[in-house]
Structure formats: C-alpha cells, structure tokens
Design a protein around this ligand. Structure first.
Ligand SMILES: [Zn+2]
Length: 682
C-alpha cells in the first residue's frame, strides 16, 4: 500500500489527480505512527540538552511531513467534496486531534523547550527564534500542560469532539446549500436579472438535464436574485431558503440543522476555557491575540457602533424613502439588496452588473500582478505543466531578481461540491529544512466567483475584484516572507487579529484611479474604464457604508458576546437579538437563521475573533494612508511595507511591526475617513 500511496511519496506539488479517498487514512496513520516514534526517540536521549536544530527543527520536519500529506486532503475536502472523501477526512480528524493534544501535553517535550529557552545559546537567537520559543511555551500552557492528568484527559476529549462538531457544521452547511434549488420554466419570472446570471442558471439547469433555468443557493446565483429579480415573491422565496440553511426553519427545516451542534460547540468551548483558568472562551481567544483584554475589544467595537449608527440610520431612511417612491412601503429583508441596487443606479447611474464588462478575469489578474510587481519588486508568471484538481485551476510562480520565491494556485469559480466563500490556505511554508535546503512556499487561493459563460471570459463584479485582492493580500503575506523558521514564516504565528492587515490593505488598490487603470479593460474593446464611469464608481464607494459598517459590527459583537456570556442561560438567538437591538438598524425576520451558516466562528478560526476584521482594518487603513501621502504606486513605500510587514510573518509582535512601518502607533482616523464615517462626509 505505502509504495503506491501518493500521500506517502516525496513530491514537489501534490499529485492531486492521483489522490483518492482510500489513500487518506493509511497515509495519516503511517505518518502519525512514524512521528510518535521519532518524538519518543528524540526525548529518550537527553531532552534538556537539545539545541535548536535538534529540537525545534526536528519537530518542524515531522510537522512538515504531516502537513505535506494532510494539506492536499483537507484542501480537496473543501473544493472537491464527495461522500467518500468526506468519510476519509472525518476518519482522520480524531486521530489528528489526539496527536496534537498529546504533543501539547507532552511534559518532557515542554521541558526540552523550556530548557532551550533558558539556555545560554538562546541569548544569541534571532528575534524570530525567540518569538517562536515564547509562543510555543505559551501554547503548551493553552494545551493544558500544567493541568492534572484527569483534566488533561478531559481537554483532549473536548478538542476531539470540537473537531468533529465543527467539521459536521461545515458539511451540513454545504449539504443544505446544495439541497435546495428552484427550477424556473417561465423566463418572465427572471425579469430584471442580467444576461450573465440567466446564462449561469441555464447552464445549471442543463447540467441536471433540465430545460429552463435553475436557481441555486451558491453565492453568485443567490446574489443575482437578491439584487436584480423584479419578482418580489421570488426574492422572498430565495431569501428564505438561503437565510434558513442548516436550521430548524425554512423549506428544509430540520434536515441539516446546525442548531444543536452550535449549542454543543459553545458549551465545550466554555468548558475548555474554564479548564485552562479563563473566565470564558473570549478571554482564552485573546490569550494569543494582539488585543489586550475583552473590555478593550468590546469598547473598540461599541465605539465604532456609536459612531456609525447615525450614518446607518440615514442610509436606511434614504432607502425606505426611495422604495416608497417606487410604491413599496414595507421594505423587507429580501427587498434591501434590490432597492439598494436601484438606488445606486439612480444616484450614480452605475450598476455592479454593467461594470463587469470592464473586469474580465485576465485583465484583472494582469493588473493585480502589475501593481504588486511595481510595489514589491517581484515578477509573476503563469505555469502550465502541473497536476490540477479541476480544469479551472491555474498555477503561478513568483520570482524576484530571477530567483524562485514561491507559487500559488487559483481556484476562482463557484461550482457544485465546493465550499462557499473565499480563502487563502498556506499549503506549504517557507523554511530552511534539516538538510539546509530552502523550501519555497505554496499557497492555495480559493474564491467563488461567477464562472465564464459560453463565448465570454469570466467577468467580475467590482466586489469580486475586491475579494480577489483581499485573498491575494493573504497570499503575499504567506509567500513573500523572508523568515526561514516554520513557526514564524508567512502567516504562521501571526496574531489572528493582525492577520487581516495585509489582506484588507490590498483592497485599497481597487479604489484608486491608478490601480483601476491597471485592472480594468473592456473584454471586447480592451478600453480602460472610462473616466466618467470611474468618477461615478469612486463617488459611489461609500454608498451605504453606514449600513455595511453596522452589519459587520453586529457580527463582531455577536460573536464576541456569544463566547463571553455562554452559560448565562441565553440561547444563541437571544444573544443575537440583544446585539441587534443594540447595533442593527434593520431587523431581519424572526425565522432568519443567519448564525446557522456563520462558518467563520463555528467551523473556522474566527471564534471570539470575528472582530479581527475591524481591528485589523484600523491597521490596514492607517498603513495605506502612508501610500496616500507618498504615492499609491510608490516603489519605496511598497518595499518598506514588504520588509516591515510581509517579510516578517509572526517573527515579532504585530504592533512592533506596524510602528516600524508607520513610525507611530495606529490611529482610527484613516478607517473612519475611508469608510465615509466622518462629519464632513455626512
Ligand atoms: Zn481575510
């Protein structure tokens, strides 16, 4: 078996087309057994006298081998899900959870790290090495190294159960998204929908052997109906299906209900926090973040809410007045996107849809690459000879001064059996390995954009362009690192609430005339975005920014309070209602089950950390304001950002890196100004 198992072979890039579900469990079993044996052997000698290479680098090697096998498996599980792969993936989760708990609670290993950190040699370590040791010792404590055996065992049980529950949350959300479709045979029901959306829906119908059109809950389809469908009943029906996914409500009520999982996840997180001596999970979450206390986070969010609520109220009043002019006097949740788009069109004569023609995918990519090439002095070229998991996948190489730096995969379009949303995943870390060879980084960049339709390239909305820039910013953080130790390379070891700095930072170029000139070109004529369209687009930048801000704050405060008040007897819905009463200006229907699809906090890494977006946006907006001062395509400023932030990964605390780049601590002014939430803008 092991001879034929591609996951156990040496490879440069994963042989995706050869990886089958039956390879997964045997490979993980074999690697975990090998790693356990290697760690025992390591610690059987004199563990207290291990040097950096003997200890840290040895562990890095073991982790890298595990990552090399597991990374393609978890990636495929997210982008090419199948029942067989899902079963194989899930069979490994408890084994991995147990392995990580064992490592985190391995006393001799902890003592070896503590001895290394206290050794005379440690004084000569570089800053990345020092930070890695400090964080590793912290993480042993957060894994329960100091707990009595009984509680350590409970810690392990909780972790194992959490990994199972969060994976099931994700599966049920994917299944619920796939389970609902609406077959349309009378095209009149699609009145208002742009040609591109109809073509997608027609393709979706054909793929299932149907005539007419098929509406699905994949994001491009859902978004098109909510934004353009004149048929109010259709909007309501699709909204209802989407916002009750994986819940006890809606057309598939109870079939994929995440509700019980959510309650158990929250209870277990609370128990875990208590076990480790924290008041609640929010406090545990902050133990490894940039924010100093739960009060600091909440007062930051509440202050922003107080500042932005008047703007949101004004936005909503305008929207209601506009809808009333069109004869609609009871604006509902399924009307908001539709009338917002109409209002945007009437005020700026600009629609998201018409802008698509200027953002064909290849023009956007070449513009994006031109921007980062100029700023960071790198070159990017496409590679064609590689093993892909789907025909849409593309691979690119970054070079600098003729030298290889790293590679990234793009998997950009929505399709069946692919998890929704957009993300960057560091598939391989940059690091100097035990033989002294420099391993180059690899990143997977995944989005769910509207695919190409027959005879046309994929044309992106400006929102999609912004998402691409965002994920690419994460990618650059992973790929342009200069750190050679795995524990602090790229995004490794970066405090979670600073992780969104490089990503949100990149979004700024989508709003700069100099950036737009590079990323836009009509897909037929090649002409750049005309000046008057550009002006209208920039004028519309902060359209409804008050509403958008309070929505993000609602999510952030909800997540944080959910994890800070568990055990006070309130249900998830009650916490959400209380937060909405405080922050939101628009109350969704009582049957809305938004939280049941909130994968960021129930299945991703954002638990008691969703605030990170706003927190890091203070940093990213302020970092960008230096570019506003010095030129948005100023190579010197770009190099300074690259060396202070992108190159340094988790080697130092984020505040120190920010101050190095900006020359001072961050201020919230740039965020408020960019979001149009200042008095002048009101
Ligand atoms: Zn992000």
């Amino acid at each position: 078996m092991s001879q034929a198992n591609p996951l156990l072979q040496e490879f440069d890039l994963p042989p995706y087309s050869q990886i089958h579900p039956e390879h997964v469990e045997p490979a993980i079993d074999a690697i975990l057994a090998d790693n356990r044996a290697a760690i025992s052997e390591l610690l059987a000698r004199d563990p207290q006298s291990l040097d950096w290479d003997g200890l840290v680098l040895s562990l890095d090697e073991l982790n890298a081998r595990l990552g090399r096998a597991w990374s393609p498996v978890s990636h495929l599980n997210a982008v090419c899900n199948s029942p067989e792969l899902r079963a194989a993936y899930e069979a490994c989760l408890p084994k991995l959870s147990q392995y990580w708990t064992e490592l985190g609670q391995n006393r001799p290993l902890f003592e070896a790290y503590a001895a290394l950190a206290a050794s005379p040699a440690a004084a000569g370590f570089d800053v990345a090495q020092k930070t890695i040791l400090e964080h590793t010792l912290r993480d042993f404590r957060l894994s329960g190294i100091d707990l009595p055996a009984e509680q350590q065992q409970r810690y392990g049980e909780i972790q194992m159960r959490l990994s199972e529950l969060t994976s099931r949350f994700s599966n049920q959300l994917l299944d619920a998204t796939q389970a609902w479709t609406k077959h349309i045979t009378d095209e009149r029901r699609l009145a208002g929908l742009p040609e591109s959306a109809r073509a997608q829906m027609q393709q979706a119908a054909q793929a299932k052997g149907l005539d007419g059109w098929l509406i699905s809950l994949e994001f491009p389809s859902y978004y098109a109906v909510m934004t353009y469908a004149d048929d109010r009943a259709l909007r309501e029906e699709v909204y209802t299906a989407y916002s009750t996914r994986a819940s006890d409500q809606g057309p598939n009520a109870g079939q994929f209900d995440n509700g019980p999982l959510m309650a158990e996840i929250l209870d277990l997180r609370q128990e875990l926090a208590k076990l480790l001596g924290f008041a609640h999970y929010a406090e545990l979450s902050l133990a490894s973040k940039m924010a100093e206390s739960t009060e600091q986070v909440l007062s930051f969010l509440r202050d922003l809410a107080v500042r932005s609520k008047p703007f949101a109220e004004r936005d909503l009043a305008e929207l209601k007045a506009f809808a009333a002019e069109q004869g609609l006097n009871d604006l509902q949740s399924w009307d908001v996107g539709y009338y917002s788009e109409k209002l945007r069109q009437s005020r700026y004569s600009l629609s998201q849809e018409e802008l698509r023609a200027w953002f064909p995918i290849d023009k956007v990519l070449s513009g994006l690459f031109a921007i980062v090439q100029k700023l960071y002095g790198i070159e990017i070229r496409e590679l064609h000879d590689f093993d892909r998991w789907h025909p849409d996948v593309r691979l690119f190489e970054i070079r600098e001064n003729g030298e290889h730096v790293g590679r990234f995969f793009f998997d950009l379009y929505a399709r069946a059996n692919k998890r929704g949303g957009a993300w960057m995943d560091g598939a391989r870390d940059r690091r100097r390995d035990a033989s002294g060879r420099l391993v180059s980084p690899v990143a997977n960049l995944v989005c769910n954009f509207t695919p190409a339709s027959p005879g046309k390239p994929a044309l992106l909305t400006h929102d999609e362009v912004t998402t691409l820039f965002h994920e690419f910013g994460h990618g650059l953080h992973h790929l342009l690192t200069r750190v050679e130790h795995a524990g602090a390379s790229g995004i490794n070891g970066v405090a979670w609430d600073a992780v969104e700095l490089p990503s949100q930072f990149m979004e700024n170029w989508c709003w700069e005339p100099d950036g737009l000139a590079l990323i836009s070109g009509h897909y037929e004529s090649g002409e750049p975005l005309p000046r008057e369209k550009l002006d209208r687009m920039l004028a519309a930048k902060n359209f409804q920014s008050g509403l958008m801000m309070v929505r993000q704050l609602e999510f952030s405060i909800f997540d944080f309070e959910l994890h800070a008040t568990r055990g006070d007897g309130r249900s998830v819905l009650e916490v959400l209602d209380a937060v909405r009463a405080q922050v939101a200006v628009l109350q969704p229907p009582a049957w809305n089950r938004f939280a049941n699809g909130f994968a960021h906090i129930f299945a991703g890494g954002y638990a008691a950390g969703y605030y990170s977006y706003k927190w890091a946006e203070v940093l990213s907006a302020d970092a960008f304001s230096r570019f506003e001062e010095e030129g948005v395509l100023n190579p010197a400023t770009g190099r300074a950002f690259r060396e202070a932030i992108l190159a340094r990964g988790g080697s130092q605390e984020p505040m120190a890196l920010f101050v190095e780049f900006r020359g001072r601590e961050p201020s919230i002014d740039a965020l408020l100004r960019h979001s149009g939430l200042t008095e002048q803008a009101a």
